[in-house]
Design a binder for this molecule. Structure first.
Ligand code: URE
Length: 669
């Protein structure tokens, strides 16, 4: 694609916008400290005080789950498979967030003072298992971070001609600055801001394509254009070759790959556990349910707009590649959405898509940075290097990790690009590499019977199964093992299924042979860090801490340092409070299960098996649904958080008024 914008736009948005944004976020953090009295403690820095409200957590979940791939890969599958692509992208990656609500509330009940999910593994199973899950957790962060920059830099280069390597290193720069300064709380505020911009741009593109564009302008016109496109180049594996059907075998295959791989990137990424940790206990379940449902609209609505517009407009002279079709390599690199945006809105479309991708990449990158930082701080430094670390030392380490990993992210993206791995390949591969740990992690928190052997063997055994299935299938299907053959849907499907099912089955079988009977007393007794007092095993541990150590002795493992908790501090729920959380947990279980069944079975499968090809009226209804869903999501993650925080905002404005005028705030009323 010839660059539509000049390089100045690339540097302006990536560097200029990034630094301005960093400045604004840093200012907001300072304002919070000054007018809301927030302190820089390690608990505040890494856990945002554990009292963040529903709307802000939901918005942060949406923001950190909105990757470059969410915008780009969803549009690519819309382009390749028609309307089933956006649906399968959205449903196959939102149910994990809905189901995670169960883990989030159980984390509150069973380990209310955790900083990372790995602390639970460490307390329950000891050092060896901790190492195994540390490997999977960091691998997940590395894959996601590299994928963000790989997709983001491809778009920046395609639209502006900016050097890809420069984009890889400059995209995270502003993020590093505000994350360093404000920690998790700053990422929450930044996430909110990013989400607002993302939702506005998604709606802008939808209204343009389906209401105002002179090239399309209505669902009916889009319907006609899609019919014409199917006549020119029918979709292999779709009923009647139509773009307007859910009866798409490749779409379904992508849906299953998407479903398996995204379990890994939610359940094994400390970033989502951190949001649960930061949420106030009564907000946790609602935040994940609202977040999951709101996020659905982003890939669904955007790809139903941009991915489908690319199909419809490819034969129009305003399409950037006209008279040629998009190259498969450009589709896999995620360049469908930028092409469609340029066709629809020219320069304005290019700027909007650049901004959209910039927002997605930077907000998700900040979430990854602080997630890695807390894993390295609590699960490496505090566990194995300096168990008696003070809060200040923990913050220092965390700062160093944020800066270091921010640079490493860019290096990783450059390496992948050099090897020839693009966004589409990595997106499908991630589950093969990490999803074997999903069910063992889930069982660690939800199943008292998973024993220590199962917790170690299952993720590693599942990884062996997944890699074997992936490579064998590539060889059988293509006759050779190359980047191209290992990137086929069939090979990726085998690897992803092998990972998720293999890890789960191994854990279940080994655990049932010799079931554990874990009480979770050890995890409940973990304490928060108090910033200037160092806990010692003999002077400060409560009887519960001793129980934790005893539990470990019974299981025959060496106790880890995590049980050496700092004194006082932290949540401990009484029976009445725990009953409320238990009720919230039951609600999370049935509501997330019902929504999952609807989104991945009841809604799509009848449409798949009936071979239904959309009528004009049905397609119009489908488009209206996508836009209404996006509007509801916008309200949920942009207006609702403001409404919930109205008192705090009032305090801030009163304080600022007082500081600016030297008068009492009441004078302003
Ligand atoms: N977050 C994803 N899978 O787009």
């Amino acid at each position: 694609m010839a660059a539509v914008l000049s390089e100045a736009y690339g540097y302006g948005i990536v560097l200029g916008f990034g630094l301005v944004f960093a400045g604004i976020m840093t200012l907001i953090t300072m304002i919070q400290k000054r007018f809301l009295g927030e302190k820089v403690t390690s608990e505040e820095y890494m856990a945002a005080g554990r009292d963040v409200k529903t709307g802000l957590v939901a918005s942060a979940v949406v923001s950190s789950w909105t990757w470059a791939a969410t915008l780009l890969q969803s549009s690519s599958v819309a382009y390749k498979y028609g309307i089933s692509g956006p649906f399968w992208y959205a449903s196959g990656a939102s149910v994990q967030v809905l189901l995670f609500s169960v883990l989030a509330i159980e984390l509150k009940r069973k380990c209310p003072n955790a900083h990372t999910f790995l602390e639970i593994i460490s307390i329950r199973y000891g050092r060896r298992t901790h190492f195994v899950f540390l490997f999977f957790a960091l691998l997940t962060n590395i894959i996601v971070s590299a994928m963000l920059l790989l997709g983001g830099s491809a778009v920046v280069t395609a639209l502006t001609g900016m050097n890809t390597y420069a984009a890889c290193f400059l995209l995270p720069l502003g993020v590093i600055i505000y994350t360093l300064f404000g920690g998790l709380k700053a990422t929450f505020i930044a996430d909110y801001t990013h989400t607002v911009v993302i939702m506005i741009i998604v709606l802008l593109f939808s209204f343009t394509a389906y209401a105002t564009s002179d090239l399309i302008g209505s669902p009916g016109r889009m319907y006609d254009l899609l019919h014409e496109a199917a006549a020119l180049h029918p979709v292999s594996g779709n009923h009647e070759g139509s773009y307007l059907t859910m009866a798409s075998s490749q779409g379904l295959m992508f849906g299953i790959i998407n479903l398996c791989s995204n379990f890994g990137t939610v359940f094994i990424d400390n970033c989502y556990w951190q949001r649960a940790i930061a949420a106030s206990p009564h907000s946790t379940v609602k935040a994940y349910l609202i977040g999951g449902l709101s996020w659905f609209a982003i890939p669904f609505t955007l790809a139903t707009t941009l991915g489908i517009s690319a199909v419809a407009l490819e034969s129009n002279e305003r399409f950037p590649t006209f008279p040629n079709r998009l190259l498969p390599s450009d589709v896999s690199a995620g360049l469908v959405a930028p092409h469609a945006a340029v066709a629809l809105l020219g320069h304005g479309g290019a700027v909007a898509v650049l901004l959209l991708v910039f927002m997605a990449v930077t907000s998700a990158a900040s979430a990854e940075l602080i997630a890695v930082s807390s894993v390295c701080t609590f699960d490496v430094y505090r566990t194995y290097i300096n168990p008696m670390a003070t809060g200040k030392q923990l913050i220092n380490v965390s700062h160093a990790v944020v800066a270091g990993f921010g640079l490493i992210m860019g290096v990783l993206a450059v390496i992948l690009k050099e090897v020839g791995i693009d966004l589409g390949y990595l997106y499908s591969l991630m589950g093969v590499l990490i999803s074997s740990a999903v069910l063992p992690v889930t069982f660690s928190l939800l199943w008292k019977k998973q024993n220590g052997t199962a917790a170690i063997v299952a993720p590693l055994g599942g990884l062996c199964i997944s890699i074997t299935a992936w490579l064998v299938c590539a060889k059988l299907y293509a006759g050779e093992i190359t980047l191209a053959s290992t990137g086929t849907d069939q090979a990726m499907l085998a690897g992803n299924l092998g990972a998720l099912i293999g890890g789960g089955l191994i854990s279940i079988v080994i655990s049932l042979i010799k079931p554990d009977n874990y009480t979770f007393d050890g995890t409940r007794s973990l304490k928060q860090v108090t910033d200037d007092v160092v806990g010692t095993p003999d002077s400060n541990n409560s009887s519960e801490d001793v129980a934790a150590v005893d539990e470990k002795k019974v299981s025959g493992e060496k106790a880890t340092t995590l049980e050496v908790a700092a004194p006082k501090g932290g949540w401990a729920f009484d029976a009445e409070e725990d009953a409320k959380l238990a009720k919230a947990s039951r609600f999370a279980r049935w509501s997330s299960a019902v929504m999952t069944v609807i989104l991945i079975l009841l809604w799509p499968l009848p449409m798949f098996f009936s071979n239904y090809v959309f009528s004009r009226g049905f397609y119009t209804g489908w488009v209206v649904l996508s836009i209404v869903w996006a509007i509801c999501s916008t309200i949920a993650v942009t207006i609702y958080p403001l409404w919930e925080s109205r008192r705090a905002l009032g305090e801030v404005f009163k304080g600022m008024y007082k500081a600016a005028t030297g008068r009492s705030s009441t004078a302003a009323v």
